[in-house]
Design a protein around this ligand. Structure first.
Ligand code: FES
Ligand SMILES: [Fe+2]
Length: 438
């Protein structure tokens, strides 16, 4: 459990909050590169509680700027993206990717020249790495570096990226990633598959109380969940949580993970990365992924109204709160533990609907003072502790290391069958390995 004070500290990432300041030390995934084209329509975003507009200018440069014109605060989303700038359609003022005002056509020439330097809009530094647009909303962007997660350096065909909106605080999503015990229940099938079953899957299916051992690292938490597999060996499934919100999950052929980027305190953007080390994805694999093989089938991009009336451009899963995540009670009786189709849909139906600590209704902060955590929740407990400690340290002037050391992020998740019973020996033995088919 967490006190309400610690819970608020963990969950709140808006401007001026302690956790918000910690997150602002890092480069953050903002959108996929493919979503913004030169001179194309801008993209409405919200990140860490701040409303933003992303656009790509005629030279291919990315701008992430405040979304309102400095003249009369008209929304720049409706602007014309033309000749290296975004032109407000109300009276024609124009801004470049750095937020500079470059044209004021409704004022005489000399007046406009005088005004331009004073009426720029806020702009944040951006990078484009690994098919992702990154932004830094903090004061130390010049020293911070984009994390060298393995997928960011692979050829484009080896990586599949997507994003969708989850209507919960980021912490629910993040904690689900590092909760090995729930695999045995939430994601369980009731029938034993006739083919494709591996010893690892059998161990997950049969052992719902894995022994969790882990350690804090400079980049986050590395832990292993140990399950018995047959008479004389263990199935070890290791997972990385990397500051401030990334996961790396082991897999047989495809590795994967997610970034849980806070939109505001009640919404999180889930960035999903799937990648192969051995070869590019085939078209069949991409089709299978996008039809729901690994993450929820998404609707086309929508203009989504936030509860406060602001619109953002985002993707929503087909199964969601409004249709009970398409649960089938018949399937739940006979085929799967939940009766809900996709793995993420299964996670999301719980994470979006937990009871709140402050105010009422879904989307508010979860009341973590009412939890009863057990040994298999250890990874989540370690993660909370580390985030709370780093946020407090930063308040006292102690900088975290991870935002400034991109190489820390060059790690992989491993799943192995082994006779080794302790995590430290396992870690030493499999250092530098990729993954094993188990
Ligand atoms: S409000 Fe944008 S130019 Fe007037
Ligand atoms: Fe899950």
């Amino acid at each position: 459990m967490l006190s309400n004070d610690d819970n608020a500290l963990l969950a709140q990432t808006g401007p001026g909050t302690a956790m918000g300041e910690l997150f602002r030390r890092f480069w953050l995934p903002a959108a996929l590169s493919s979503e913004v084209v030169s001179d194309g329509p801008p993209l409405r975003l919200r990140l860490l509680g701040e409303d933003l507009l992303a656009f790509r200018d005629s030279d291919g440069r990315i701008g992430i700027v405040e979304p309102y014109c400095s003249h009369k605060l008209a929304p720049l989303f409706f602007g014309r993206n033309e000749e290296c700038g975004l032109r407000c359609v109300y009276h024609g003022w124009k801004f470049d990717v750095d937020g500079r005002c470059v044209d004021i056509p409704n004022v005489d020439k000399s007046g406009a020249e005088k005004m331009k330097p004073q009426v720029g809009i806020t702009s944040y530094p951006t990078r484009e790495v690994g098919g992702m647009i990154w932004v830094n909303l903090g004061p130390k962007h010049a020293e911070a570096v984009v994390p060298e997660l393995e997928w960011t350096s692979l050829p484009a065909g080896h990586v599949h990226l997507s994003r969708w909106l989850q209507r919960s605080n980021y912490a629910q999503g993040l904690e689900g990633e590092i909760d090995s015990s729930h695999l045995t229940f939430l994601h369980r099938g009731l029938k034993v598959p006739v083919s494709g079953i591996t010893p690892g899957l059998v161990a997950i299916q049969e052992d719902g109380a894995p022994v969790l051992e882990g350690c804090e690292t400079d980049y986050g938490i590395f832990y292993g969940a140990r399950r018995t597999s047959g008479e004389d060996q263990f199935y070890w499934r290791t997972t990385h949580w990397l500051l401030p919100f990334y996961s790396l999950i082991s897999g047989t052929n495809m590795l994967h993970g997610r970034a849980w980027v806070p939109v505001d305190d009640h919404h999180v953007m889930t960035f999903n990365y799937l990648y192969r080390l051995d070869r590019p994805f085939t078209q069949d694999e991409i089709d299978s992924i996008e039809e729901g093989g690994f993450f929820p089938p998404l609707r086309d991009r929508v203009s989504y109204g936030m509860p406060d009336g602001t619109i953002i451009d985002t993707y929503l899963p087909r199964a969601n709160r409004e249709n009970d995540y398409e649960i089938s009670r018949d399937v739940q009786r006979a085929e799967t533990f939940t009766g809900i189709r996709g793995v993420n849909d299964q996670d999301r139906c719980l994470q979006e609907n937990m009871p709140s600590a402050f105010g009422h209704g879904p989307g508010r902060l979860v009341d973590r003072s009412r939890e009863h955590l057990v040994a298999s929740d250890r990874a989540g407990i370690m993660t909370r502790r580390m985030l709370l400690r780093l946020a407090r340290e930063l308040q006292n002037g102690i900088e975290p290391r991870a935002p400034y050391d991109a190489a820390l992020y060059r790690v992989r998740a491993v799943a192995v069958l082994s006779e080794i019973a302790d995590f430290e020996t396992l870690r030493e033995t499999h250092k530098g390995e990729t993954h094993a088919v188990v």
